[in-house]
Design a protein around this ligand. Structure first.
Ligand code: ZN
Ligand code: ZN
Length: 583
């Protein structure tokens, strides 16, 4: 029976063909690695000159030629000494061979016909004829240090896209053009939402009035929702004794911590997370089994030492605000609390119109148990609890070994945006170890001291990153409840300025965020300007409206350019839509 080739195999095989094509033009090329990635593959090379887009066309042509030759992929197992001989002129491959020989693994080489051989663990098509010639494209060239280490040579990385069908490739390319138009860094500037100042520094966003309205509205929404579910809000400082993070185990282990600062002989850490602070709040008072779960939340700004090369608009920043919460729970409450978090998460994702939730459950790497705090039993229980919760929630899930934090396993949830791109948003972490570290306890019904468990959870994750995501998801056209300006009031001319102003003031008195246009500009120009700013409602008023005490409005999303309504009715309608958080 013939099996349809798997897309991962096609992508990986194309990486081999790319290396073969590069070697044809650059016989002295030094080869790095060529893995499969999301939507395609890449391969790293050290070459005698910088590549140009024309080179990519040449390589693509060669690759298509190789596909047409119907070359078989065949594996060969060889001893390390033999591998070293065959790759004697390939220093990066020798690096890998030495590494594998230290690990004591067997080495395989894959041959593509007789045109190319590479060190590889496999996962190919059986024959190049199985690769569709029109469903891949060499995409771009980037620099990448060998093994990602800046002490190593900089290589040239060629990225390729590859899909199962031509349609998928075309859809992906079209989506990418749309994504460029929606780039939150460009829209953020155009809509006056946030800025970065060289004097403040990279990765430190400054929210402008309009952007801050969105930010505060999101944070307030999280506050309301969590309060309604029994969370209590707290505030904790941005600085703390370094000793707190030594106790939590983060110090020296958590790379994103900024170096401590000296404050009059005391070493102070700049807070990278809120957990140990929240534990102090729990420990400040005794607790009975009856007060559990103890749910605390904070919309808290923390600081992380992100590498400057990895900073990216609001997606990756050095100061980020999390909608953080810590639930300190009895063991019999774990399942129901995680279920509640997942339900909240669902409600929030639906509100924004995110789809296709996918769950990743990060568990420990059982081969390296010394990396983790706590006993085997604790880990088994915690991992089991998360897997069961994911099953009950019903979304597609997979288990990722070795991705757990040192203090506990976690659930990460990914969602799909309007462009079908995936974003990881929510993290729920179950932790049996920090309660030990911080000697947390409650008194059970028999008067005995018992260790609780901790559930760490941020639903939006970083509010900054979430803003970046929704700016692109909505293409800047925020739903009414989030829009910085909800209604623009445009009098048709100077004569109706007073009527326009009275409408504007009435709207503002009803907490409808409004803007009054300057009647000196032409009406057409003013309408275009508010449309550019993606204001949901635009009111135009002139003689007829003033005489009747009405407003004439158009909505951002509708073709209908004229809807007349009494001002009171209009306010009721808008207030209702804001309250319902209508999309
Ligand atoms: Zn391979
Ligand atoms: Zn935490």
């Amino acid at each position: 029976m013939e099996n349809k080739p798997n897309i991962e195999h096609i992508r990986h095989s194309l990486a081999h063909l790319l290396a073969a094509a590069v070697l044809k033009e650059f016989p002295d090329a030094k080869l790095g690695i060529g893995p499969v990635i999301e939507n395609g593959f890449y391969y790293d090379f050290e070459l005698s000159r910088s590549l140009t887009p024309d080179d990519l066309k040449t390589f693509e042509k060669t690759m298509r030629g190789l596909i047409n030759k119907k070359l078989p992929f065949t594996g060969e197992e060889i001893p390390f000494t033999e591998a070293k001989k065959r790759f004697a002129k390939q220093p990066f491959k020798l690096d890998l061979i030495n590494e594998f020989s230290a690990e004591g693994k067997t080495l395989t080489i894959y041959h593509t016909g007789d045109v190319f051989s590479d060190l590889c663990r496999g996962g190919h098509v059986e024959n190049t004829s199985e690769i569709p010639a029109d469903t891949f494209k060499l995409d771009k060239i980037a620099g990448a240090y060998w093994r990602g280490d800046e002490k190593n040579p900089m290589l040239q990385r060629i990225y390729g896209l590859a899909f199962a069908t031509k349609q998928e490739l075309d859809d992906y390319l079209a989506m990418r053009i749309e994504a460029e138009k929606r780039d939150h860094k460009i829209l953020g500037k155009k809509l006056g939402l946030f800025t970065f100042s060289p004097d403040v520094g990279p990765g430190l966003p400054l929210y402008m009035p309009k952007g801050n309205i969105i930010r505060e509205t999101l944070l307030e929404y999280m506050r309301e929702l969590k309060r309604a579910h029994g969370y209590q809000f707290v505030w904790t400082p941005h600085l703390t004794k370094k000793a707190l993070y030594i106790r939590s185990g983060h110090f020296g282990k958590y790379d994103a911590m900024l170096p401590p600062i000296d404050a009059d002989g005391e070493e102070l850490a700049i807070k990278p997370m809120n957990c140990p602070h929240h534990f102090q709040i729990f420990n400040a008072e005794p607790h009975s089994y009856k007060d559990m779960p103890f749910r605390i939340a904070e919309n808290a700004t923390v600081y992380r030492n992100e590498k400057s090369g990895e900073l990216n608009g609001l997606f990756r920043v050095r100061s980020l605000t999390q909608d953080d919460s810590h639930l300190i729970v009895r063991h019999d409450q774990i399942a129901s609390e995680i279920d509640t978090i997942l339900d909240l998460t669902h409600q929030i994702y639906d509100l924004f119109g995110f789809k296709n939730f996918k769950v990743e459950i990060s568990v420990r790497d059982k081969a390296n148990k010394e990396k983790y705090f706590g006993t085997d039993q604790m880990w088994d229980d915690a991992e089991h609890a998360l897997i069961e919760a994911a099953k009950r929630w019903g979304a597609e899930y997979r288990i990722v070994e070795g991705e757990a934090a040192f203090y506990g396993p976690k659930i990460d949830i990914r969602v799909e945006d309007a462009l079908k791109r995936n974003w990881q948003l929510t993290t729920v972490q179950l932790d049996y170890n920090q309660p030990e570290n911080f000697d947390m306890s409650y008194i059970d019904e028999n008067g005995k001291k018992v260790r609780p468990a901790v559930i760490h959870c941020a639903i939006l994750g970083s509010v900054d990153r979430f803003m970046g995501i929704i700016i692109e998801h909505f293409a800047g056209a925020f739903p009414l409840w989030l829009a910085p300006v909800q209604v623009a009031v445009l009098p048709v001319g100077e004569k109706f300025s007073a009527y326009g102003k009275s409408i504007y003031e009435t709207l503002m008195a009803h907490d409808v965020r409004s803007e009054l246009g300057d009647a000196n500009e032409s009406l057409g120009k003013r309408i275009r300007a508010v449309e550019m700013m993606k204001v949901p409602y635009v009111i135009v008023v002139g003689e007829k409206e003033e005489a009747a005490g009405t407003v004439n409005f158009r909505t951002r999303d509708s073709e209908e350019k004229s809807n007349e309504m009494k001002l009171d009715e209009f306010i009721d309608k808008v207030e209702k839509e804001i309250k319902e958080k209508k999309r």
